[in-house]
Design a protein around this ligand. Structure first.
Ligand code: BGP
Length: 462
């Protein structure tokens, strides 16, 4: 018998802005992602016909999704995580009526998944919001954005209530602390006061939407999503241990609010010491009490924390700045690989919140070699995923309730951080280069059959 439950949700995860392309087709409006041709940390550019980006066409999932979903089905996916581009439904964010073409597109997409028995797991906002809301209302710093987001969420809940039962509110909600433009639609030089107020609005919006989801969709489950920035103390010096505790709270705090329904007490101290004073209404407090059904997170790597200023060599990782761990190897992009960290993380989250956990992103971004005979031997990817799934197993044995695992990028896509095609995560290779050349042909990598077996054996054969 497998350690994984019979209905364990195996699958993969992508996001609209990294696969769909069709950035201005069928009435779609401009989103924050369309202004970041070089990725999350690149320059914010004004959108003109001249400054195109790889994301404009992505991997053309907008047109090729039937082929891709067929391949996911062949691997045996039980679930596929993707997002709805808010700007396909409300191009500027504040229209009275939704865009019919946008709604139709997702109807067809979800039908295609359901045809193969693949459950959609849908993120409402994955690194994109309408530029219309930023230009007119100032993004999430304005309370009005809560209402606009609710209206969008209610529209899609109503529309897809018979097709989509699993939802996530905001992708990596903690990104705003590192990249406020993508996170909350604010300028990069915004103050902590402004960012935390915007985040407060986002947390209230998330809680309100959780309530709508429960009311509108029978049998629904909705979770939050945080980038897990797990750090260990760089040494056993107690000062490093304290520093690690403080740094871990920077991302745990979001789980506290979304799973427990109130701000944790340590944030009171943080706000006071940093002269941050949030406007929180009585109604906000009531709204926040509606908590998520499960916690979800992305996990790619861990890092270290130190109190020693000289050792704080900040290396830019995923979205989080961490001190490198001398015991761990790293990916081609310098992300340190730590399967054991996943067990630490799952146990920590379960001990703290006792809610089911869903690993909705995990994977290895690597350069792949396409051989002349059309094969791609991505043993390094298999090794990475195998080691991580092994640690999920250990966690389940520890008693942790894990609902599912959707590894990141089951098909090659445009990377979020650097907007590159060459940073490949997929079991399926896509013929496209960083220059935008290529036929977009899909090809199975060695890992394709491997993952198929993992799912077939419910995690027994790794
Ligand atoms: C997370 C994002 C994803 C994804 C992933 C990998 O932060 O939620 O959108 O892209 O990281 O990052 P990258 O694409 O930069 O390799």
């Amino acid at each position: 018998m497998s350690v994984f439950s019979e209905n364990f949700l195996w699958g993969g995860a992508v996001a609209a802005n990294q696969v769909e392309g069709a950035y201005n087709i069928d009435g779609k409006g401009l989103s924050t992602s369309d202004l970041l041709p070089n990725g999350l940390f690149g320059e914010i550019v004004e959108r003109t016909d001249k400054n195109s980006s790889l994301k404009d066409n992505g991997i053309d999932f907008y047109n090729l999704y039937p082929e891709d979903i067929k391949l996911f089905a062949e691997m045996g996916f039980k679930v596929l995580r993707t997002s709805i581009a808010w700007t396909r439904i409300f191009p500027n964010g504040d229209e009275k009526h939704p865009n019919k073409d946008g709604l139709d597109f997702y109807d067809h997409l979800f039908d295609e998944m359901l045809k193969y028995g693949i459950q959609p797991l849908i993120t409402l906002s994955h690194f994109e919001m309408p530029m219309g809301i930023i230009n007119k209302y100032g993004g999430w710093k304005n309370r009005k954005t809560i209402e606009l987001f609710e209206n969008y969420a209610v529209t899609v809940f109503d529309r897809y209530k018979n097709k989509v039962k699993l939802w996530l509110t905001f992708n990596e909600i903690n990104i705003a602390l590192h990249e406020p433009f993508t996170g909350v639609g604010l300028a990069r030089n915004s103050s902590r006061q402004e960012i935390f107020q915007a985040l407060h609005h986002q947390l209230v919006a998330s809680a309100r939407v959780v309530k709508h989801c429960h009311n509108i969709i029978e049998g629904s489950k909705i979770g939050n999503m945080v980038a897990a920035g797990l750090v260990y103390p760089l040494s056993c010096n107690p000062a490093d241990v304290v520093q690690a505790m403080v740094q871990n709270r920077e991302w745990l705090f979001f789980n506290d609010v979304q799973a427990r329904g109130t701000y944790p007490s340590y944030m009171t101290r943080y706000f006071t010491e940093n002269n941050i004073s949030l406007e929180i209404t009585e109604q906000d407090r009531i709204d926040l009490a509606e908590t998520v059904d499960f916690l979800s997170f992305s996990y790619y790597m861990s890092g270290c924390a130190t109190a020693d200023e000289n050792k704080k060599i900040q290396e830019r990782g995923n979205i989080l700045n961490m001190v490198p761990n001398p015991h761990l190897p790293a990916s081609d992009w310098g992300w340190q690989i730590d399967p054991d960290g996943l067990r630490v993380l799952l146990n920590t989250l379960y001990d703290l919140y006792q809610k089911p956990l869903f690993i909705v992103e995990n994977g290895l971004g690597a350069k792949d070699n396409l051989h002349s005979d059309g094969t791609i031997c991505d043993d390094y990817r298999i090794e990475y995923l195998k080691a991580h799934i092994q640690q999920i197993k250990e966690s389940i044995k520890d008693g942790v309730d894990v609902m599912g695992y959707t590894c990141w990028g089951p098909i090659d896509l445009i990377s979020a951080g650097t907007a590159q095609m060459s940073k490949r995560y997929g079991f399926i290779y896509v013929d496209r280069t960083d220059n935008g050349e290529g036929s977009l042909t899909r090809m199975k990598k060695k890992s394709f059959d491997w993952y198929k077996k993992v799912i077939e054996s419910n995690g027994e054969i790794l």
